[in-house]
Design a protein around this ligand. Structure first.
Ligand SMILES: Cc1cc2nc3c(=O)[nH]c(=O)nc-3n(C[C@H](O)[C@H](O)[C@H](O)COP(=O)(O)OP(=O)(O)OC[C@H]3O[C@@H](n4cnc5c(N)ncnc54)[C@H](O)[C@@H]3O)c2cc1C
Length: 440
């Protein structure tokens, strides 16, 4: 075999398809019994949930967006985003800065007054350049929006202090709101933020995993599941990959598994590189899927910045993405809770996490009564989000410098250790394959 692809998440599967199209002899090795990684979905009692958190298909990258939509064939539909932020009991339009008119008057004043004060200070050159993510939030939105929404929400999702996070990644991801939009938003003239996402695509059946299956279709027989890579040895002709009981030989090796898992498989990694890998920050996720009798609302997903309402940072409503993912007369809600090894959530049982989310959703009035619940499921993923801490750029450079001469190529969210979505993963695969074949 020529090329081994480590990991059968979206990146590994897409690599397999695109290298196969080039006529390359490939095998994909995946530790789980099933493919998909974070893009897996689970169906039980008629409810389908994306178990790595709610996934929608969207992208500014039209080539990638077209690829994802085309590969799904007829199994897709488009929906308009109807996303909100739950703020002091009210539903505020998302992004927060586009929904200021829906805030109570005191909060509206706080946000607008501080935005304007901040803007004047910026114009006068009185603001120093931000050095971390928290400073960037204050610098961009002012104290009002920062303290009402941006800081509490971000500290919930990242499970990490924003002053200890780098801000190198925010440009393009969190746009600076135009002043006119803030003024319009304050007086109630409709504006749209994050417009690249205002219409999204989702599979009709099968949840987001349907996308992975559609991409994998031409290479299904080249994927080996239940093969957990435990060691990788370099030989004269390539690599020997082992799961502890069986060896697979290959000429070249592309890893899409988390770099932390990869490093454990290798001998003779310098301490400097091991230390840099162990200093990289990430968080884990628990996803609680709840099936309910009757309809809840018409919201796509909802952000919950307030800690007191529950540990979930976001809830989504899969049955509003596709009517086929819940039985007739039922609807569904998916709560996402991020955590880290050793913290309080990591010590909770699945039952406790589910109960915590259900109590919070009932208290918020999302689920009108516990009697309506007909199905619950909890799934956890160790690697959910890359967290960009202050030392990230230094550590990732040490890691990428080392791998650039190791003969193992890194592609994918936790392999390259970048906060990339599905479109970013597919873009990295397209570019990787293009470079490989122009270089040869
Ligand atoms: C809560 C949440 C919501 C998201 N929502 C969206 C969204 O709406 N839209 C969007 O575009 N993106 C979204 N994403 C991002 C998207 O999930 C990722 O970008 C993408 O799934 C990453 O794919 P990957 O293949 O690089 O990594 P992974 O999915 O992590 O795949 C890695 C694979 O390697 C396997 N593996 C690990 N160790 C080993 C080993 N030792 N041996 C063999 N195999 C191994 C794993 O089992 C896994 O299958 C979301 C992510 C999260 C966490």
């Amino acid at each position: 075999m020529k090329t081994a692809i480590l990991g059968a998440g979206l990146t590994g599967i897409t690599l397999a398809r695109m290298l196969n199209e080039k006529g390359e002899d490939i095998t994909v090795l995946e530790k789980e019994k099933v493919t998909g990684g974070l893009c897996r979905s689970k169906t039980g009692e008629g409810f389908t949930f994306d178990i790595g958190g709610s996934h929608i298909i969207f992208s500014r990258d039209t080539e990638v967006n077209d690829f994802m939509c085309d590969v799904l064939g007829d199994n897709k539909n488009k929906r308009n985003r109807n996303t909100k932020i739950f703020f002091k009991g009210a539903y505020v339009k998302y992004p927060f800065e586009n929904g200021l008119y829906q805030l109570p008057p005191e909060d509206r004043f706080f946000c607008i007054n501080e935005f304007v004060k901040n803007l004047i200070a910026l114009e006068k050159g009185e603001l120093k350049d931000p050095e971390n993510f928290k400073e960037w939030i204050y610098h961009t939105f002012g104290k009002g929006i920062a303290e009402s929404y941006m800081v509490p929400y971000n500290e919930k999702i990242w499970n990490y202090p924003t002053e200890k996070m780098s801000h190198h990644w925010v440009d393009g991801r969190i746009p600076r709101p135009p002043v006119e939009d803030i003024i319009k938003s304050a007086i109630g003239i409709e504006t749209e933020g994050y417009t690249h996402q205002s219409v999204f695509t989702y599979p009709v059946t099968g949840g987001i995993e349907a996308l992975v299956h559609a991409i994998a279709e031409p290479v299904k027989d080249k994927i080996r599941t239940g093969f957990e890579i435990k060691s990788i040895k370099k030989t004269q002709d390539g690599f020997i990959i082992s799961n502890g009981s069986e060896e697979v030989a290959c000429e070249s090796c592309i890893s899409t598994i988390p770099v932390q898992a990869l490093i454990r498989c290798l001998d003779d990694v310098p301490d400097k590189v091991k230390n840099a890998v162990s200093a990289l920050k990430f968080n884990s996720i628990a996803c609680v899927g709840i099936g309910v009798k009757g309809k809840m609302n018409d919201i796509s997903w909802l952000y919950i910045p307030q800690k007191e309402l529950g540990r979930f940072n976001r809830i989504s409503f899969p049955s509003n993405y596709s009517t086929e993912v819940a039985p007739k007369g039922c609807s569904s809600v998916l709560a996402e809770v991020t955590f880290n090894d050793g913290d309080e959530v990591s010590k909770m049982t699945d039952g406790e996490i589910a109960e915590h989310c259900i109590d919070g959703l009932c208290q918020m009035g999302i689920i009108p009564s516990k009697d309506m619940i007909v199905y619950t499921t909890v799934e956890r993923f160790e690697y959910a989000y890359v967290v960009y801490d202050i030392d990230y750029l230094k550590n990732i450079k040490t890691v990428t410098d080392y791998f650039s001469t190791s003969g193992i190529d890194l592609v994918g969210r936790f392999s390259e250790f970048e906060y990339i979505n599905m479109d970013g993963c597919i873009r990295h695969v397209i570019d990787y394959v293009k470079n490989k074949y122009t270089a040869e």
